[in-house]
Design a protein around this ligand. Sequence first.
Ligand SMILES: *Cc1c(COP(=O)(O)O)cnc(C)c1O
Length: 365
Amino acid sequence: MTADPSFKVYSNLKKTTSEEEREQLLENPGFGKIFSDHMAMIRWSEKKGWHDAKITIRQPFQLDPASAVFHYAQEIFEGLKAYRGKNKCILLFRPEENASRFAHSAMRMAMPIIPKTLFIQAIEELVKIDNKWIPEGEEKSLYLRPFMFANEAFLGVRPAKQYIFSVIASPVGTYFRGNGESMILWVEEYLSRAIPGGTATAKCGGNYAASLEAQALAYKNGCDQVVFLDVKEHRWVEEIGGMNIFFVLKDGSLITPPLNGSILHGVTRSSILTLAKDAGLKTKECAYSFEEWKKDSATGCLKEVFACGTAAVITSISQVRHESGEFTIGDGKIGPIAQQLRGKLIGIQRGMIHDPYGWVHTLQL
Ligand SMILES: *Cc1c(COP(=O)(O)O)cnc(C)c1O
């Protein structure tokens, strides 16, 4: 094992975006459309381990067409956000959790494990050099995308012996239509996204590829996102393509599907469970069927449904459509429980309210 390599920072100032242009871009960034000036990159090879860690100008990769990622999809990623705090501080939300999950994903895809410290250092170095790209404003942040892929040029089928780890940054506004807007879900009763024993608990690009046909169907039916059911019985609610899901019942209790090997363990999901418990709400991680969902909506037993994830934080669901009909949740607006939890979570993430959990990772510029 080699020691963690030290970072070299190469910055070609000629290519950086002007102050004026950046300000303009940050005004209305959308989601994942614009990118900061730099990127982090670290190489791994069987011989050298992790090496050549650097921050460079954001630029295309040069890849051999035989690179394993193009053929056998050895690729994983993470997503987290940086916020502008008080007194020249930058705040990251639970980056250690992303580092652990990245290691878990790497293991499942037979890829090398990047040490937690190196994973976080790459993020910190990038955020520091591109700190001016963290937008101001309540709904805005700098979305960070660590990822890793196999770049060995070899067409044989086995775990590759060469990888690139990288981090890029994208200033973002809201993922969906905007603050408090709710979304319409498509319940997919045939297509599956991932399977237990497969790669369901790994955050890999392949799971997303498998979800896109259903996502296209959702759009076709006027919906924003897909909710997937279990692969065996097509009966139990699992998760939304890239977000976890919560149900709020009349008695104020929260239900979310359990981590049974077929869903991704969201950092937002786990944070919400903690916040809800500490707010005195009952929480249950248990199986909930599409049948129950329909029935509880009809009887009024179900008060709110919301999706959660780093990109969209907490977004409420107003309507549900499926092959043979549709139904509305509550009055179709963001519910009080979702609103309360969202306020707490965002407040902690942005350093506006006290963080009793040690979740916020502060960087001093
Ligand atoms: C990333 C992701 C989530 C949400 O995880 P967070 O850590 O809360 O951002 C949920 N489901 C899937 C499939 C994901 O890829």
